[in-house]
Unconditional design. Structure first.
Length: 133
């Protein structure tokens, strides 16, 4: 009993939060969190697009390295199209006989990757490199 009266004396004049104050704080917090939801969706879409671009770069780099390691590329002009997963890879190798802007003794290798994302939007990226004959 003495302990209970000591506690009451310590708490005398002190007040806590009312239920209304707690509810208002929860509503303000909820509205703030709802404002963050669209940013989360945009972040996830950005991450998905970054993954797709990285995958396209890897597919292009893989084919470029294969062509660069070949001793000779023939016939010129060389065209190739292949489907890899959700992507289409188009390869074009040309030299000065096809395009006068290319110096003699050099191949121009162009790899283009096309894909459609989950929202149905088409994307394309091209990579160009040169290889001596």
């Amino acid at each position: 009993m003495k302990n209970l009266s000591k506690i009451r004396m310590k708490l005398k004049g002190k007040q806590g939060f009312t239920l209304l104050e707690v509810m208002v704080a929860m509503i303000v917090l909820g509205i703030g969190l709802l404002g963050l939801a669209p940013m989360l969706v945009l972040s996830m879409q950005g991450n998905q697009f970054s993954r797709e671009v990285t995958e396209a770069a890897f597919l292009a780099q893989d084919r470029i390295e294969q062509l660069k390691n070949q001793a000779n590329i023939s016939p010129i002009p060389f065209y190739e199209t292949s489907a890899i997963g959700d992507c289409y890879r188009m390869v074009d190798v040309s030299d000065q006989t096809v395009d006068n802007t290319i110096p003699p003794g050099v191949y121009r290798i162009t790899v283009t990757i096309n894909w459609t994302d989950k929202q149905g939007k088409s994307h394309s990226t091209s990579y160009i490199t040169y290889k001596t004959k």
